[in-house]
Design a protein around this ligand. Structure first.
Ligand code: ADP
Ligand code: MG
Length: 323
């Protein structure tokens, strides 16, 4: 009798990369540096391709959107300034292009025939999200008090004093509800194409009074968007690549201890005990928890140089429903 058993479909993984994927701290914002870092991270991502994963890649855009905001400010007398949602779209486009090219070069060197596509990704947020009444996410460069107050009075920016380092513009950071393009992202990834999506956390949009989609001047946390996306496309693995090899309890304290494997229950307790800083590791752990709750099988937080070992269980911090 003929076997009717079919080969299991390749597993689907979402990889969320931090800002360091394109710029290490202190590096110049030149195109050459972006290209070099994109080449390095693409070489690392090949370990997932070689293991047969279908891939969706998300990434941050903090420094790049900050730079664009700066350009916009400097030329606003001559060139009509674009709103923040458009600037996010802009960074999705050019960072996607750089990463796409770097990935293609790695694939071509290995004679692997896979396409890479970048999706301009819109992410629905709730216009009643409380974040809109208290803008909290600093964006762009540091300003003097004078510059900050001028921008507030003339441009209507919300500004805050940032820990003695100067003034900064702050914008709302609402929770992502739905990635509008999720089906296209899923279908492309399941067809074997490498999809770059949700860059910078995605372009924040709301449903307006006419029930139409409309962009808003806000930014969405890329880790939270990545977990919503990973859940909706049915990924089995969500990897967060950041600049630390593992997650720690008592981080930067004398009794710091690395975490190898964390269950949902453990993660909940550790979050409640305040081990993960808001705005850095906090959203990553919460993002992975949300992903597991949405049906994901495994989460991994690590850095690029540890990824390969971590996939073999020798490094990184692994998250599972239960042990
Ligand atoms: P990314 O650009 O990848 O989003 P972030 O700077 O937002 O990077 O988050 C990573 C940072 O989180 C690490 O560099 C580390 O300083 C910080 N961090 C805060 N709490 C912890 C923790 N408990 N364990 C590990 N890193 C932590
Ligand atoms: Mg971050």
């Amino acid at each position: 009798m003929q076997s009717t058993r079919q080969a299991a479909p390749p597993p689907l993984a979402v990889v969320a990369m931090g800002g360091h994927a394109f710029l290490q701290s202190g590096e110049d914002h030149t195109i050459q540096i972006h290209q070099r870092n994109a080449a390095d991270i693409s070489a690392v991502l090949m370990t997932l391709v070689e293991r047969g994963y279908n891939l969706v890649i998300t990434h941050g855009n903090g420094p790049q959107v900050g730079q664009l905001m700066r350009q916009t400010d400097m030329t606003r007398e001559e060139v009509p300034p674009m709103p923040l949602d458009v600037l996010v779209a802009d960074t999705e486009g050019w960072l996607g292009y750089i990463l796409q090219q770097a990935l293609l070069n790695q694939l071509r060197r290995r004679n692997i025939q896979r396409y890479v596509v970048t999706m301009v990704t819109q992410v629905l947020v709730d216009k009643r999200d409380p974040a809109f009444s208290k803008p909290s996410k600093p964006v762009g460069r540091f300003l003097s008090q004078e510059e900050g107050e001028a921008a507030r009075d003339e441009l209507g920016w919300d500004i805050v004093e940032d820990a003695g380092r100067g003034w900064r513009r702050v914008v709302p950071s609402p929770a992502p509800k739905r990635v509008v393009q999720w089906r296209m992202i899923r279908e492309s990834a399941l067809a074997g194409h490498i999809v770059i999506a949700g860059g910078g956390g995605g372009i924040p949009i709301i449903k307006n009074a006419h029930d139409d989609y409309e962009g808003v001047e806000a930014v969405i946390d890329k880790d939270l968007t990545s977990s919503i996306l990973a859940g909706s496309i049915g990924a089995e693995l969500m990897i967060i690549l950041t600049d630390v090899p593992q997650v720690y309890v008592n981080y930067k304290k004398p009794d710091q201890r690395s975490l190898n494997a964390v269950t949902m229950d453990m993660a909940e307790d550790l979050v409640a005990e305040g081990h993960f800083a808001a705005g850095s590791m906090g959203p990553k752990v919460i993002a992975i928890q949300n992903f597991l709750k949405a049906g994901g099988r495994r989460g991994l937080i690590t850095n690029a140089s540890t990824l390969e070992a971590a996939l073999e269980g020798r490094g990184g911090t692994h998250f599972v429903g239960r042990l």
